[in-house]
Design a binder for this molecule. Structure first.
Ligand SMILES: Nc1ncnc2c1ncn2[C@@H]1O[C@H](COP(=O)(O)OP(=O)(O)O)[C@@H](O)[C@H]1O
Ligand SMILES: [Mg+2]
Length: 301
């Protein structure tokens, strides 16, 4: 197979990894708005790291800075010790793949073809070879198809390889995005809200899928609003609020952090104030005439 040297090694993930991705002082300004402010983040080999925060906190913008879609106003992003040029195709070639918050599939291509598109950064056959359709091209094409089918089997969409992407149920489209990202043989996978719009059963399957990806030797950085998903899955969680990193730590530490509970009340999660405590706060506020809302005000902070 015509793969690059970044192909992840199989086998169980190491418990303590070495730095794979390192973002240093990343700032992104849009005119007067600072969407991401001086954020440092490291992802080590073998890790699943979560990135959480209210809507508008700058999570997707930060992903866009990591993957070269945006050129950060300040700061650098390194992968395996080398500073990445802010060009998406070079970032993919270096070994970082991603999925998008809003699904970006080729709707009128088949499931298999969508995965093959993700594969092209790893095939060395150029346009000339493709036009001539010589033996080298045929071999590369067969190898790519085999690998794409393997990935479809891995995510459970093998039987739908010839379906048009647009005919897939929503949850399957999200999975297909993951397969397409994996087709570039990444060492690090960035997932932007992979379970958005999924039912609980699909969310569980995705959780298992992310663990399986990590066990293949691919580190994962994942943005998600589903707190149960994040805290089950992640070795470490980083919390962004208004573009700044508020807290970072293990799931156990982060879900008990008062600042996180105060800043991030989008969804109740273990460690967050229970209904009784909220009722007490409400009662106290009614008594003092305060008008502060105690309901989840995600995105307004
Ligand atoms: N291309 C852009 N131009 C101007 N503002 C943007 C752009 N992309 C994001 N923003 C703004 O940056 C902030 C962070 O957005 P985003 O990164 O999408 O947040 P999140 O993913 O955490 O919900 C928001 O205020 C958003 O409106
Ligand atoms: Mg987002």
């Amino acid at each position: 197979m015509t793969t690059d040297t970044t192909t992840p090694e199989a086998g169980p993930a190491p418990t303590t990894g070495t730095p794979l991705l390192h973002a240093s002082g990343v700032t992104m300004r849009f005119g007067g708005l600072t969407a991401v402010r001086s954020v440092d983040l490291t992802v080590n080999t073998g890790e699943i790291v979560g990135l959480i925060g209210p809507n508008g906190a700058g999570k997707t913008t930060f992903f866009n800075c990591l993957t070269g879609l945006y050129v950060p106003t300040e700061g650098t992003v390194s992968y395996r010790g080398k500073v990445l040029p802010p060009k998406p195709h070079l970032v993919t070639q270096a070994g970082i793949a991603r999925t998008f918050q809003n699904i970006r599939l080729f709707a009128n291509m088949t499931v298999l073809e969508n995965v093959l598109v993700g594969r092209h950064t790893r095939t060395k056959e150029g346009l000339f070879s493709a036009l001539l359709r010589g033996p080298g091209f045929k071999r590369a094409e067969t190898a790519s198809r085999d690998r794409a089918m393997e990935l479809l089997a891995f995510i459970g969409l093998e039987s739908k390889a010839e379906h048009l992407a647009r005919n897939l149920p929503y949850g399957d489209q999200r999975k297909l995005e993951i397969a397409r990202a994996l087709a570039s043989d990444p060492g690090l996978l960035l997932l932007d809200e992979p379970t958005a719009g999924m039912n609980p059963q699909e969310t569980r399957t995705t959780e298992e899928l992310v663990f399986a990806i990590r066990d293949m030797g691919i580190a994962v950085l994942v943005i998600e609003h589903d707190m149960r998903f994040i805290f089950n899955l992640c070795d470490r969680v980083s919390v962004l609020v208004q573009g700044e990193k508020l807290v970072e730590g293990t799931s156990e530490v982060v879900q008990r952090d008062d600042r996180v509970i105060a800043a991030y009340l989008g969804e109740p999660f273990e460690g967050a104030p229970g209904d009784e405590e909220l009722a007490e706060v409400e009662a106290a506020e009614t008594a003092t005439g305060s008008t502060t809302s105690t309901t989840g005000t995600e995105g307004e902070r």
